[in-house]
Each structure stands twice: as structure tokens, then as C-alpha cells.
Ligand binder design. Sequence first.
Ligand code: F6R
Length: 598
Amino acid sequence: MCGIFAVVNDKTNNAAQTVLTGLKKLEYRGYDSWGIAIKSAPSTSEVDGGQKLVIEKHIGKIGDAKTNLPAGNTAIGHTRWATHGGVSDANAHPHLDCTGKLAVIHNGIVENYLEFKEELIKKGHQFSSETDTEIIAHLVEEKIKSQPITQAVFTTFNSLIGSNAIGVIDFDSETIIACRNGSPLVVGVDEKNQQYFLGSDVPAFLKYTNKVHFLDDSEAVVITKKGIRLFDLKTGKEKKLSIQNLDWKLEDAEKGGYPHFLLKEIMEQKETIGKTASINEKEIKELAKLIKEGYKTILIGCGTASYCALAGKYFLANEGIISQNYGAYEYLPFSKFADKKTLVIAISQSGETADTLIAVRAAKKNRAKIVAVVNARGSTLERMADIVLAVSAGPEIAVVSTKAFTAQLATLYLLSKAVENKYDEGKKLIKNLSESLDQIFTVQSINRLIDLAKSLIDKEHIFVIGKHLNFPAAMEFALKIKETSYLHAEAFAAGELKHGVITLIQKETPCFVLASKDDVKGEILSSAAELKARGGRIIGVAPFESAEFDEVIKTPDLGNLTIFANVIVGQLLGYYLGIGRGADPDKPRNLAKSVTVK
Ligand code: F6R
């Protein structure tokens, strides 16, 4: 939800271009509009009389945008996912104060902005947008009348209610000040060139440095040409930066020859799933021990992560462990039952999803142990957790989740095997799965999926059914199609069909049947037969042929792990349907990668 990026002491003296390039890497966080503010270099001081920040804003995706902003070495930029105020140039960030010397970029929602706005208008401040963000610029403008800029930004930020991260550029001191409470911020230090970066996420500046400090809630940074200083927003005291070297490579944040990040990330699963099985052994075994000791196990997540949670419930049940699962946004009424013998396993790619964090906070209040199954590093969820299972799928740039999902799924599978004291066997099976995926990625098999996508392009509805482990797989399969192609795809538990859903099936309605060679194979085929009897076009996604299928996408037979392959077929189909229907597979409409608002 909104991307923040800034550079101080840009060595090219073309900070606007550096920010633009960084924003392109953050576009997955929001693509309603974008904007940049720069302090122009003295040689270009004729712009705005040289006494004001120079600003450029546009609605729409950044795409191949170029900027004509003047030279300069300090700039901030923003890519927006609109909350308050429609999608317009005026509402795009950065937002200026009345003097044009302060500009603010913001990720989050200022819940009490209206009170401030009324007061500021009474004091004569002129507003140019409908956003909650703009009040921040005017509040700082008021406060610098009596306080140094750093103090003015800190006290302004402390008066905001809500989950927020802000970046402020000050013309006079050529400083960038950033504060965090609930929305992510990270700084990067390029020691060699003495240039400093601020971002919502690391890929924005990975090209320059992998030395980072992730800000905690109630932390602020003051970035000048001399470097980065860290402060505690509650006490105002300076703290020591804790710089870590991330093992991310630049290629991780590039398309690497693929037309879209989504396709690259789908393909990467051949490696990422196997890699997940080589890490976290100690933590997984520790967790398995707690589960065996009788801790009540609750799995939560949102969207794709919630389907992973549901699959985890089936994996654990297979090993004789009862657990519960919730969409994190529905967990609050049940959080009162959490206690110190409860494990809340929170699954999240970003570790910043507001609904998940709210659920975790509620459980934590009741002394539950928190486990984070998370992909992005340095996240809020990671820091709130007692046990962290970092799944290490690498940066996931496409908005829809693919490789993070399968890495999380593999981690939960390993957990269930560890509960059964068969961790090593699980690890072997996951590695074997990784190798078997080649079968789905052959040219022949991809061409088959492209042909299938072509035949579905003009359909209005697609149905997907699955049973037991293939039920969460069906949910994820349908979500991928919806998100990337905007085609209405709905998943159901096969058992649910005859209780109502079957009325929707007509002649030629596409019905995907996800199946494995498991003990419910016969039942799912009976459901397929029921769909067929109503005229449905039955497309099996399974490691076997069947008379009930009109056609089949054969997946490798991997026992309980077949669902990995079945879901990947849905990812690929969603991708090609999206291309065929003219959607942008990396940036589906109305979505943002990291949903940091309630
Ligand atoms: C689906 C998707 C979303 C996310 C959900 C949770 O492709 O990307 O449904 O899975 O918003 O996000 P995280 O995993 O970051 O908590």
C-alpha cells in the first residue's frame, strides 16, 4: 500500500532519475499515481526561483515514464494506492506545505486528519488535495515556527493516529526525515559512494546497497549528506543503527529476461521450494515439540496466505494434530480463547498485512506464542514473533503471491512431518517435489496451458472443485485466475456442490477438478461426474486420466504434495489468461502487494 523512496547525496546528481527508477521497483505497492519532489542543484536554481522544492506528479502507472525534473542530489518519491481522495494529480504525493519548502510522502491512514485539517484551515493554511497526508506538511510548517525541523517532524508524527510511515524533505536543511509506526520503512547505506536511501522495501535500492536497517515502530531517521541518524520517537533519544547485510542479489529484483515478474516468480518455484526445505530445521523442530506438548494451534493469514493456513490444517490433521484456521480478519472474536498454551502461526508474504498484525496483537495480549511464517525480511510480523520461520523465497515483486505461497506451504508440510518425527523424510520429499516440477514447465506443457487459456478467454465463469487437501488448492487456483485475468473463478469443496452450487452449472461451463491419488480420489471423481451430467466441461488437474474428465492437465504424482503442482497449474493458467485478456499480470487493478490498512 503505497511505496516510499528517497535518496540523499545521490552520486549522479540526478536524484529525480534515481528516485524514478526506485519507484518503478516499488510500483507493486500501489499504481494509482506517482510523484517526486527534489531540491534542485544551485546551477538549476532558476527553477521556482531556486527557493522551493520542485515537484512532478502524474496519475496512472509509472511504466516507462521519464522525468524532466532538474539536477539535484536529494529527492523523495511516492507511488500511491489511493485511500483518502480520488485518483488525481492533486491527490498524488508528495504534498507540499504553503511555503513549498517542505514535502511529505506517506504510507498509511491518518485517522484523526479531519480535526487537524479544520484547525489548520482556521490558521490560514491552503490545502491543494483531499488527502489525509497533506495535513502533515502543514502541521510541520506550523511547528517549525518554534522548533527545529527534526523536532517538528517527530512531534507532528507522534500526534497522528493510525498506522503510518512518512518521509519529509526539508528544502532549507536538505534533510530527509522519516518516521515509522505500523507501516514499513527501511534505510540503505551505500558506504562507498556515501549515498543514503529510504524505502518501503529493499528492492527499490538493492542496485546500490544491501546494507540495511529496518525501522521499528516508533523509530525515526534523519538522513543528511553526513549519513543516517536513528532516533526513538517516544524518548527523542538517538539510538545506534543496526545495519544488516541482506543476502539478496540484484537479479532477485529484476525480470531476468522474463516478460513479467509473475512468470519469473512462478518459474523460480523449481528452486525456491527446495531451498525452503534446507532452512529452519531447528525452529521447525522446536515448534513441533510445542505442538506435541499439547499447545493449541491456530493458523491465520489473509488471501493466499489464508489458503496456506487451511492447507496446514489438513497437513497437521494427517499427523493426528487438531488445529484451527481463520482468515486473520475474522480471528478477533476468537482471540479471547488464546492463552499461554496457544500457538498462533501467522502466515504472510509481506509480514505487514494489517489484518494479520491486528490478529497477532490480540493473541499476543493473551500471552499466546506467535510464530511467523513469513517471506519478506525485517517485517513487523517477524519482529512480533517468538519463533520465525523465514521461508526465503526471495523478493516477490508481482502483486499476486506465488513462490511465497509454495515456500510457506512447504514449511507447514515440514512442520507436520516434524510432528510425526519424520522431518528428514519430509525434507527429501520436498526436494523430490522441486525436481518433479520440471514436468509442468516443459515447453509442451506450457503450450498446452496456453491453448487451454485461449479456449477460456471469453468465458464468464469458471468453477474449481477440490476435496481435502485439494480444497485449499482449489481456493488458491481460483484466486490466481480471478486476480490475474479478472475472470470470475469460484472454488468450492467438492462436497458442497450438491448443496446448492450445482445450480450454476450449465452446458459448457468450465469446471476444473483438482485431484490427487489419495483416499478421496473416488469421491472427487463422483463430483466430477455430477458436474458432467449437468453439461459442464470437465478439466481435470490431476496425476491420472479419468473417464469423468473431458480433458486433463497431468500433474506429477507426489502423494500429498501433488497439491503444489495442481496450484502451479492455476498460477500459470491465471498468467496466460491475464495476458490473453489484456490485464497486467504484475499489477492487477485495484490491488496492492502489501495491504497495510484495515
Ligand atoms: C494473492 C495475494 C493476497 C495476499 C494477501 C496477504 O495473490 O497476494 O491475497 O496473499 O493480501 O498478504 P501477505 O501474505 O503479505 O500477508
